[in-house]
Write a protein that binds this ligand. Sequence first.
Ligand code: NDP
Length: 232
Amino acid sequence: MRIVITGANRGLGYELTAAAAQRGHSIIAGIRSAKPEGKLLDLIGRFPGQIEAVELDVCHEETVAQLAQNLMADGQAVDAIINNAGILLGRGVSIEALQMEDVTRSFEINLFGPMRVIKHLLPLVPDGPSRAIINISSEAGSLSNAYGGDYPYAISKTAINMLSKQLKKYVRGRGIRVYALHPGWIKTDMGGEKAPGDPVESAQGIIDILELRKDIDPEHFFINFKGEPMPI
Ligand code: NDP
């Protein structure tokens, strides 16, 4: 499988890249910098020819368009897209104190980012149920679980759930699976040290889902990394 993963240099995106490489997939690892560094560079060295790091800032549509153009020119298809890149801003800030830039930035990355990626890469995804688009969402985006006071992040994740549902309907005839996926509260820079979850376990679960190893009701679109339905 050829898998595009955004935000692949650290956190869940890095673990997804590592898990997919261990299973023999080829990965297009989207990163904001022009060149891979640190542990992603080491990982690329451990799996020669399997991981290609590409410059991909989900806020800069031209980097997304360029990737699509390069893949098309090489006649390369994309079997799966994992829209993982995300940002957490303004958590717990009251509506009166809210910085509107935090809201616009959250939407730029958490919603418009995946939209740009899908806009340019969907034409490269062949038909069939082995193909999938996974938008990394969060339990924070669940309307029924709304805990209050998490405006920029939670609302951007609710919006990505709607994007996923809309897209699922759009590609239904092509057989492509679409999910909004909660990866669990996991230990990353975003999740923090107190998080109970392990991003390695979450990444393995997500790759299991891509590989059709989980029995998921075809009507479910908001799921967790185990393939279980999440409350909408
Ligand atoms: P991290 O903060 O650890 O990593 C975020 C990643 O997103 C980094 O690779 C970062 O790149 C990248 N990124 C940020 N902005 C952009 C951009 N404009 N273009 C491309 N890449 C960008 O977060 P996590 O790994 O924890 O989160 C991954 C996903 O999981 C997110 O969508 C998040 O909302 C979701 N999630 C996480 C939870 C958790 O507990 N951690 C819980 C629920 C959901 P750079 O290094 O360049 O900044």
